[in-house]
Unconditional design. Structure first.
Length: 163
C-alpha cells in the first residue's frame, strides 16, 4: 500500500518526465524562433525541472536537500549532555517544603488584595494551579488574550509590590 508521499513522488516523477519531453520538443520545433525567446523558454523549463528535482529529493530523503546533516544528526556537542553525579554530591533532587512565616503570608495576601478579582482569579489559576491560558479561558468563558492580559497585569502588580 502506497502512502500519500509515495503517490506524490510518483506524480512529481511523471511531471518531471513530461517537462523533459516538452523541453526536447521545444528544441525541435523552435528552430525558426529567435535566440532570445528560445533561451527564455529553455530557462523557464529548466527552472521547473530543477524545482521538481529539488522537491523529489526532499520527499525521498525526508530532509532538506543540500544540508550536511539533519536535525537528528547534530554535532556531538549539541546532543550530548554530560552529567557526572559525583560532581554534585550535595545536590538534593527533592526540594524541601518551605514554611511561610506570618509576615510573608500577610505580604502575599496584601498583594492579592491589590489585584482585581479577575486578575487574582487568573493569576492564581495560572501560577498556583499551573493551568494554561487556554484552560483558564475555557473555565472562565473569556478569551485567551484576556486571560493573558489579566495575568500580565497581576505579575506587574506583584513585581511593583516586591520592589
Amino acid at each position: 500500500m502506497q502512502t500519500w508521499v509515495d503517490r506524490l513522488i510518483d506524480e512529481y516523477t511523471v511531471g518531471k518526465q513530461d517537462l523533459e519531453k516538452f523541453k526536447a520538443k521545444l528544441d525541435i520545433y523552435d528552430k525558426d524562433k529567435d535566440d532570445a525567446e528560445k533561451r527564455k523558454n529553455f530557462t523557464l523549463i529548466n527552472g521547473m525541472i530543477s524545482d521538481m528535482d529539488y522537491s523529489l529529493d526532499w520527499m525521498k530523503k525526508g530532509r532538506r536537500p543540500g544540508n550536511r546533516r539533519g536535525v537528528d544528526r547534530q554535532s556531538v556537542y549539541q546532543r550530548t549532555a554530560l552529567i557526572d553525579m559525583d560532581l554534585f554530591p550535595s545536590l538534593d533532587l527533592t526540594p524541601s517544603k518551605r514554611v511561610l512565616s506570618d509576615e510573608e503570608k500577610k505580604k502575599i495576601i496584601d498583594v492579592l488584595l491589590e489585584m482585581s478579582s479577575r486578575e487574582r482569579q487568573c493569576y492564581l489559576m495560572h501560577m498556583a494551579q499551573g493551568m494554561s491560558y487556554g484552560q483558564i479561558a475555557e473555565e472562565l468563558e473569556i478569551s485567551r488574550r484576556t486571560v493573558q492580559q489579566y495575568v500580565e497585569r497581576a505579575k506587574k502588580k506583584v513585581k511593583n509590590f516586591v520592589a
